[in-house]
Design a binder for this molecule. Structure first.
Ligand code: DGJ
Length: 504
């Protein structure tokens, strides 16, 4: 059974009893239909993923109250199996991008029984009220039916390894719900469980406790409690790992309800989410940036003792591909590229396919080793930042790697290194044993320095190029001479290098 395991403030998704690196792609929103699926597989496989993320639409799954249609879900599972992929099911339920567009028509057209969130003027929003029992009950019931079906058809195969509960929850259009039930809750004391978890004084109402942040905190609490109950109902039927994805508060945007959905699991209310949604295994980030500083900043915000980094979505662009290595080296669960089917025939899209496919094809065969090291906290990475042609990586185990970008593929480097034209160098160091690393990556020169306190020099003892066949290392050749005397140079071609180091 897929599960999430924790040790020393780190986390791993386990599949078939072992840590698993999710190398995923996600379909466009309206592509997970049986009539459309045959068109997507070539596009999916071109990226070399090990996992597909695809939505199940509440409006399709429950066309009339209590009647479930599993046709779409069954087609997804069959398609994933026949293409050798794992599946992450995305439950497009009460929330999709801070709105309610995927709730069934019979609910949309009956706001009396299924109340909308209201803004401060009492105007109904395109959002379900998180404070209406009927809304929660409807979502819980449908989601439980979905999980029940998964258990029946996939409980012994585990094609589906994880479920995303809702999609980018939160409210667009208002900072919080002002429905009568919400108003009553807003005037009442903040629940003790939350004030305790946030180390705030007990007994105050939302304004007294949170001041200017009260509206957003209140919405975060209401939505996280709602989603936690949906997840609980689903796990009672079939306890797969579950996560929530986040429309982020980043890139200088800071207006909840306008710049981003208010009450989603943004960094400023993450503690509230963690305290209020204990059945959500982790919080994912929909991180659409190719900017080194922005990307690594967000990864840092979500790498916590109670949360692993998980890039639930990233843009279909070449520029973000190197950051996969950064995410994994922070103990990350994985990475998913959004909207890869029916690609436009442009040079930019071709470059995106190439960059991500190259990474996934490289990491795929060693994903178990990578996930294991990420979970232990021993996986290290270097990712090029534009304008910085050198970086040092402390590998642990008495070695530092000097990584540089823009040097020739052999021979002395110029005194001033230019960096790579696309700033796309990236390297992963996977420890294999004492003084031994598996080195993979692209567009970088790597030199090892012994950094133990006895100050003795170190040396490269052997560099083997090879592959893992059925889990066993098979060397193809040894690198030496020009291939190692000027550092170990990783180029455009994927290679697996086993590097053994030693004392001088
Ligand atoms: C984030 C959402 O989660 C996806 O479903 C999709 O709408 C993308 N945004 C589009 O950029």
């Amino acid at each position: 059974m897929p599960s999430v395991v924790h040790a020393n403030g780190r986390h791993a998704l386990q599949v078939d009893g072992k840590p698993f690196t999710v190398l995923a792609v996600q379909l466009h929103n309206s592509s997970a239909w049986p009539a459309v699926l045959p068109e997507v597989w070539d596009d999916v496989l071109a990226l070399h993923p090990n996992t597909l993320e695809a939505p199940v639409y509440w409006e399709q799954f429950e066309p009339s109250p209590g009647k479930y249609d599993t046709t779409n879900l069954d087609a997804l599972i069959a398609g994933a199996r026949s293409h050798g992929l794992r599946l992450v099911v995305l439950w497009f339920g009460s929330w999709k991008n801070g709105q309610m567009h995927y709730v069934p028509e019979w609910m949309k057209s009956d706001p009396v029984h299924y109340p909308r969130a209201l803004d401060e003027h009492g105007t109904p929003q395109e959002d379900m009220s998180p404070y209406a029992e009927s809304n929660l009950h409807a979502d819980e019931t449908a989601f439980a039916a979905l999980m029940d079906h998964l258990r029946k058809v996939d409980g012994d195969r585990h094609t589906v390894i994880m479920v995303q509960v809702e999609n980018e929850p939160g409210s667009i259009g208002a900072i919080r719900d002002h429905s009568p039930a919400a108003e009553q809750a807003f005037a009442a004391p903040v629940p003790d469980a939350l004030t305790r978890a946030l180390r705030r004084p007990p007994g105050g109402n939302w304004m007294a406790t949170f001041g200017a942040d009260a509206d957003e905190q209140f919405n975060a609490y209401g939505i996280s409690r709602y989603i936690d109950q949906v997840a609980t109902a689903g796990k009672a039927r079939y306890p797969l790992p579950m996560y929530v994805n986040t429309w982020l508060r980043y890139k200088g945007k800071h207006m909840p309800g306008y710049d981003y959905p208010s009450g989603g699991a943004t960094w400023n209310v993450l503690d509230t989410w963690k305290a209020s949604a204990p059945h959500i295994d982790f919080i994912g980030t929909d991180l659409y940036s190719t900017d080194y500083n922005e990307f690594t900043k967000v990864v840092g915000q979500y790498t916590r003792a109670d949360n692993p980094p998980w890039i639930s979505e990233t843009g279909f662009e070449a520029g973000n591909a190197p950051y996969l290595f950064h995410v994994l080296a922070q103990g990350g669960v994985g990475f998913s590229i959004f909207g890869i089917d029916h690609p436009a025939d442009t040079p930019e899209v071709k470059a995106a396919i190439e960059a991500h496919a190259r990474n996934f094809a490289l990491v795929g065969p060693i994903q178990g080793l990578v996930a294991d090291a990420a979970f232990r906290g021993t996986l290290k990475a270097a990712v090029e930042q534009r304008g910085q042609a050198k970086s040092d990586v402390a590998l642990g185990g008495g070695w530092t790697a000097h990584v540089s970008y823009g040097a020739p593929s052999w021979g002395d480097a110029p005194p001033e290194l230019p960096g790579n034209p696309a700033a796309d160098g990236h390297v992963l160091f996977i420890p294999l044993g004492k003084d031994e690393y598996l080195l993979v990556g692209f567009h970088a020169r790597v030199e090892f320095e012994r950094d133990r306190s006895d100050k003795r020099m170190g040396q490269v003892l052997r560099v083997e190029e090879g592959t893992y066949e059925g889990g066993a290392w098979k060397a193809r050749r040894w690198w030496n001479g020009d291939e190692t005397d000027y550092g170990i140079n990783l180029g455009q071609k994927p290679v697996y290098l086993k590097v053994r180091l030693g004392d001088y």
